[in-house]
Design a protein around this ligand. Structure first.
Ligand SMILES: [Zn+2]
Ligand SMILES: [Zn+2]
Length: 325
């Protein structure tokens, strides 16, 4: 087994199916572990069992839900009920659309056992990309999607240290040393000769921040490419095969080919496809279709772990197979 350099950013697929149940595919749910924080992305039925199987039932810091459809939310009451039985006290931050937050308050009212922990709810704007959360380690954004009900996607992005000063450039442009503090803060510099030197000409970024985008359920929205530019790994729904593009459009979903097109436009490094309709008994066929457009496409299956290391992406499938790039 390959040595792990950075075990601080991992996505585990808990459910990869679409709305209709399929024998081996559960409703949508994923857990992201990032520098000690546990973030649940959608909570389809059975999420708590899959957490137990592939991860753990440790408390969750944040729950990000895309939309109010049952295949994305119905695992939440069971999970919160279990947390209360376990006397979890850590507060949970719940982010979602107005409909999901409203539904949460209704089920909370009817739970037979009061929740043992506070839930802080955050209604996500539906009309524009929005920064929902930021700390020293990460930023979380929401993106508007196009579905049959209000839906949002999420991007979890690593916060990396500010740009570093390039000493050679400081000498070359003859910049007084008193300005170094301001340059570190992102300001442009002024040379001794009075010339303004843009910050990016005298600083450099060590590397690109690692990021993960969770895009489901949605029609193909090419404009999303602009928001998703340079994302490391994107999960995108691929409910249908390319032959069913009309049906995909009518039902507010995407085809595998469309998911691949968006991955290509956004220049992501790796695409995971899931939310595949139960009519496809061989979902690998959809991966083949997508790979014709975007070769680095992989299938999301229950138990798959995706490690975002500093210099590589590493996939571990539950059957023991591994890939890295
Ligand atoms: Zn769905
Ligand atoms: Zn839906």
């Amino acid at each position: 087994m390959a040595a792990l350099k950075n075990k601080d950013f991992c996505i585990t697929i808990l459910g990869s199916g679409s709305a209709t149940p399929a024998p081996n595919r559960f409703h949508t749910a994923q857990i992201v572990s990032f520098k000690g924080q546990r973030i649940l992305l959608d909570v389809g039925e059975g999420t708590q069992y899959k957490l137990l199987l592939y991860d753990s039932l440790s408390p969750i810091h944040k729950v990000l839900i895309t939309h109010v459809h049952g295949d994305h939310i119905l695992g939440l009451p069971g999970l919160f009920f279990t947390f209360s039985l376990n006397n979890v006290e850590r507060p949970v931050h719940l982010y979602s659309t107005p409909q999901v937050i409203e539904w949460f308050f209704i089920f909370k009212e009817w739970l037979t056992v009061p929740l043992s922990f506070p839930v802080h709810t955050h209604v996500v704007p539906l009309d524009k990309k929005t920064l929902l959360y930021a700390d020293r380690e990460m930023e979380i954004f929401s993106l508007p999607l196009r579905h049959t009900t209000a839906a949002v996607g999420y991007v979890i992005k690593e916060n990396i240290p500010p740009r570093k000063i390039n000493p050679d450039a400081i000498r070359k442009f003859d910049i007084p040393y008193e300005q170094l503090k301001l340059i570190k803060m992102g300001y442009d510099a002024v040379s001794r000769g009075g010339k303004v030197i843009p910050n990016e000409n005298i600083t450099y970024q060590n590397r690109n921040p690692r990021s993960y985008a969770f895009i489901t359920d949605t029609s193909y929205v090419p404009e999303l490419a602009e928001y998703l530019k340079g994302v490391t790994v994107m999960y995108h729904e691929a409910t249908f095969s390319g032959q069913q593009s009309e049906e995909a459009n009518l039902t507010g979903h995407s085809t595998a080919v469309q998911a691949a097109q968006l991955a290509k436009q956004a220049q992501v490094k790796l695409l995971l496809i899931g939310h595949i309709s139960s009519r496809y008994t061989e979902p690998e066929e959809l991966v083949k279709e997508a790979r014709k457009v975007f070769p680095n496409t992989f299938l999301a299956v229950e138990g798959l772990k995706v490690w975002l290391e500093i210099d590589k992406i590493w996939l571990q499938y539950p059957d023991g197979s591994e890939f890295s790039l």
